[in-house]
Ligand binder design. Sequence first.
Ligand code: SAM
Length: 280
Amino acid sequence: MENYIQQINGEKWLVEDEKENLKISYRIKEVIAEKQSDFQHVMIVDSYDFGRMLVLDGVVQTTSLDGHIYNEMITHIPLSIHPNPKNVLIIGGGDCGAAREVMKYDQVQSLDMVEIDEWVVRFSKEHLRAISGNLSDPRVNFLYQDGIAHVAHKRNHYDVIIVDSSDPIGPAEQLFEKSFYQKIYHALKEDGLMVCQSQSPLLHQKVMSKTNESLGELFAHRKLYTATIPTYPGGFWSFTLGSKKYHEVYVDAFEKETKYVNLELLHSCFQLSEFIKKYV
Ligand code: SAM
């Protein structure tokens, strides 16, 4: 099994290889659990500054300190635009943080959580409760399979699809392809909408532009929004929404229990800085 923890001057460090010229390091107290699954190396570590973290193939996915920012932004924005989200699908999202936020909506009757790697869910429920809340709502159906195969067979089925994927390498690579978004389009009802994380506007401009281009070609409405998430490289992250019909935040009050999202943010997250406008 690959060892992702380095000993530097007698201390444990997780060194994430982000790009050829960029590594991000976290000092670690201990490795809580690790496993080489059929898909990737899955690890929960306890870090000094970010608390417990989920790490896949050496890349930090979510942390106790700032995981709520990402999970709230990828869920409450689309669910404040779609007025009646009954059937929701999350692709990926094995840490269960996004699913936990979706469950705050009484209108949601069923949530399919399609995660390729059961070990991510198992470890998160057991060792990462700050994020997963040990999710056990009966409306959630856990399906352990490839999200691409799952949507390929669905037609006119979901109101909202959330693509909560890891980076575009390994099992998640194809989750950034236009052919995948096309399948999602068909799996959505005629007034459905989707959202995906579209990487860093500063460090991954190509991925962000391509995602926006693909969704712009497929959907009647395409919108980009951003948030600051310290754990992700560059600290500044983008999300892209594709919608067949609804494209404005319809709520005039926001009463969910959250740590990051509020009514003002539901609107202001769509304000884009000058350089981002040039890429989308
Ligand atoms: N919030 C995190 C981020 O942006 O880095 C990622 C959330 S979550 C941990 C990503 C999940 O997507 C992983 O658990 C991974 O196993 C899952 N995944 C990757 N490829 C997949 C696929 N083809 N189908 C379903 N799930 C997939």
